[in-house]
Every structure is written in structure tokens, then in C-alpha cells.
Design a protein around this ligand. Structure first.
Ligand code: DOR
Ligand code: ZN
Length: 358
């Protein structure tokens, strides 16, 4: 491939980890993602959380109603695992055809995780049902133990919990979401011996654009930068480099999940600011920048458009998108529900944009 192409055409990508929120927010969040992605896995951490298949189907209808005219964008739904989830809920979710995974938030780990799991042993019967039904477990992989340093929470989760889950449910499909560390990259890589019945990985990881582009200095440059605060929190440069290695490696166990997590400006610019970076409006341009840092634009299609679909056993998209090397200035603010919102990289000019009308 030309080392500095002007255009990049590839299979329409999917976002395998996304927060769309609900109600008035959908009129903003759904068009942002539908403009670039064929499908997205929609996180269930609403207030109250999406815990039943009936709730997931209703939420799906609200998302579909917010699509721009003519859009073929398809939301893929998830359930929010709680201490009270029953094994039977999994069969119902599977039978619906609309639910593609079950999300585990350790209680207290992040935004709207209060109803999350307090002790993994409590959900073991549900994990057994998921293994049986071939229903993937999507993990927010951070411990919540206040004695564990904020920057170590992912690595400790792997040691304390993920190793045990894999040992006890060896055929359970698992996505370690939004990985941020050398340890996560190494663990996922080292665990690629087995495959599911279709030959797809049993264990995979999503990687966000913000963790590929920024290290933890971005939260503190010249002052506190609330719009660069997310969970898991940005880490040291050595970790960012490991994530770039993984994303651009062409290994099928690493694929795109933006974790774009909108919060109105006033809830980020606050004494106790919410965690989450808004990347959806220009997500593909951000990923293209990251891949270009490694001269690996030819690997973007696998990461963005192939490996995730293969993992979930879904067909790859039939359409194509084109990125063009035309500068894109990220707006300082965007309208959002009854408020406004600050996107990641506000005011910065990105090198790539999606071709208009593509
Ligand atoms: O930064 C984050 N924001 N991380 C999460 O895990 C949740 C998300 C949100 O929903 O705001
Ligand atoms: Zn998330």
C-alpha cells in the first residue's frame, strides 16, 4: 500500500462497544454512529439498567426510531448482568435474536454500575447458562477494591477474576472491553489456543480510539482536562504503545469498540466529573490517525470491519466506506439533548474524514 494514501475505501465498519443513552439523547447519538458504522453493540447501563430481554427490545425500538431516514444502521443489544439475573434470562435473550451479549459491570466500577455484580460467584449459574447458549460475556474488567491503585485496576481484575472465569468456563466467549494495559494485551494474546465451533476466538478485546491516541498526560496538560477522563482511565505511554501494537497487529482477537460515552458538558466540567469520552461523531477519523502513526492503514479494515463480526458469528457488512485525507476540524461543542457536549479533540484538526454522502 502507498505509505501516504489520499483515500481509503474498505468494508463498512461496526462499533462493538458504544453508549447511545436514551430518550432525547438518541436524536444525537444515533445519527453520529449511523453515519459511519453498519452496526453497534449498545451498552445497557441506562438508568434504570437494561436487565430483561423485554427492556432490550423496547430500547432497540427507540434506537431504530432515531435513525436518520434511509439509514440501515442496526443496533445490537446487550443485557446488564446483576446479582439477580437468572439463568433462564439467558435462553430468553438468545431466543430473541436481538441480544448479542451480556455486560458485566463490577458494582461501583463506573457510570451507572450500582446495580452491577457484587461477587462473581453469585452469577456463576448465569455464566454457566451463557456458556451453554454461546452468549458472550462482555467485561468491564476493573476491580473496585478501594485499596487497589486506580491505574492498576485492570491488571488486578485479570489476575483476580478473569483467570478464574476462564478456568471455570473454558468455552464461554468473553470480550475484555476497552483494554488499556500491556497486561491486558499480553493476557488476551496468550489465551488464543481454543476457538469456538466456528473457529472464532473465545477471548477477544475491544480497543478505543482515545486509548490508542492518548496517554495519561492528556488528563493533566496545562490543567485538569475533564474531557479526557474516562474509565478505565488513560495509562502511561508504554501501555498506549502496547495497544497500538495490538490494534495494528492484524490479530483477530483485537477489534474496534469506541466506548464513546456521551455526558453533557456540565456533567464533565464539574467538581465530580463523569467518566467518558465522546468520540462517536468522528470515530473513524480518530482510528485512522492512530493506525497512520504506525504506518498501518492497511490493517484498519480487519480491526474495524472484520474481526468483530467474525467473533460474534455475524456476517461482515456488504457496504463500503471511504475515508479521504481532507482536514476535519473537530467542533468545540456539539448540541446534545437540551444541553451541549464537548467531543474528544475539540478544536483539533484531524487528517481524515469520511467522504460526504458515502
Ligand atoms: O468512561 C466510561 N464511561 N467508562 C465506562 O465504563 C462507562 C462509560 C459511561 O457510560 O459513561
Ligand atoms: Zn463502555
Amino acid at each position: 500500500m502507498n505509505p501516504s494514501p489520499q483515500r481509503l475505501t474498505f468494508t463498512t465498519p461496526d462499533d462493538w462497544h458504544l453508549h447511545l443513552r436514551d430518550d432525547a439523547a438518541l436524536a444525537f447519538t444515533v445519527p453520529w454512529t449511523a453515519a459511519q458504522f453498519g452496526r453497534a453493540i449498545v451498552m445497557p447501563n441506562l438508568k434504570p439498567p437494561v436487565v430483561t430481554t423485554a427492556q432490550a427490545l423496547d430500547y432497540r425500538d427507540r434506537i431504530l426510531a432515531a435513525r436518520p431516514a434511509g439509514s440501515g444502521f442496526m443496533p445490537l443489544m446487550t443485557l446488564y448482568l446483576t446479582d439477580g439475573t437468572l439463568p433462564d434470562d439467558i435462553a430468553r435473550a438468545r431466543a430473541s435474536g436481538a441480544v448479542v451479549g451480556v455486560k458485566l459491570y463490577p458494582a461501583g466500577a463506573t457510570t451507572n454500575s450500582d446495580s452491577g455484580v457484587t461477587d462473581l460467584r453469585r452469577v456463576y449459574p448465569v455464566l454457566a447458562a451463557m456458556q451453554q447458549e454461546n452468549m458472550p460475556l462482555l467485561l468491564h474488567g476493573e476491580v473496585t477494591d478501594p485499596d487497589v491503585d486506580m491505574f492498576d485496576r485492570e491488571a488486578v481484575f485479570i489476575e483476580r477474576h478473569l483467570v478464574a472465569i476462564r478456568r471455570d468456563f473454558p468455552m464461554l466467549k468473553i470480550v475484555l472491553e476497552h483494554i488499556t494495559t500491556v497486561q491486558a494485551v499480553a493476557y488476551v494474546r496468550a489465551q488464543q489456543q481454543g476457538t469456538d465451533a466456528r473457529g472464532a476466538p473465545l477471548l477477544a478485546a475491544t480497543i478505543t480510539a482515545h486509548h490508542l491516541l492518548y496517554n495519561r498526560n492528556a488528563m493533566f496538560s496545562g490543567g485538569l482536562r475533564p474531557h479526557n477522563f474516562c474509565l478505565p482511565v488513560l495509562k502511561r505511554e508504554v501501555h498506549r504503545q502496547a495497544l497500538l501494537d495490538a490494534a495494528t497487529s492484524g490479530e483477530a482477537c483485537f477489534f474496534l469498540g469506541t466506548d464513546s460515552a456521551p455526558h453533557a458538558r456540565e456533567s464533565k466540567e464539574a467538581a465530580c466529573g463523569c467518566a467518558g469520552c465522546l468520540t462517536a461523531p468522528h470515530a473513524l477519523a480518530l482510528y485512522a490517525e492512530a493506525f497512520e502513526q504506525r504506518g498501518a492503514l492497511d490493517r484498519l479494515e480487519g480491526f474495524a470491519s472484520q474481526f468483530g463480526a467474525d467473533f460474534y458469528g455475524l456476517p461482515r457488512n456488504a457496504g463500503r466506506v471511504t475515508l479521504v485525507r481532507v482536514p476535519l476540524e473537530v467542533p468545540d461543542r456539539l448540541p446534545y439533548a437540551q444541553a451541549d457536549i464537548v467531543p474528544l479533540d475539540a478544536g483539533r484538526t484531524l487528517a481524515w474524514r469520511l467522504e460526504a454522502g458515502a
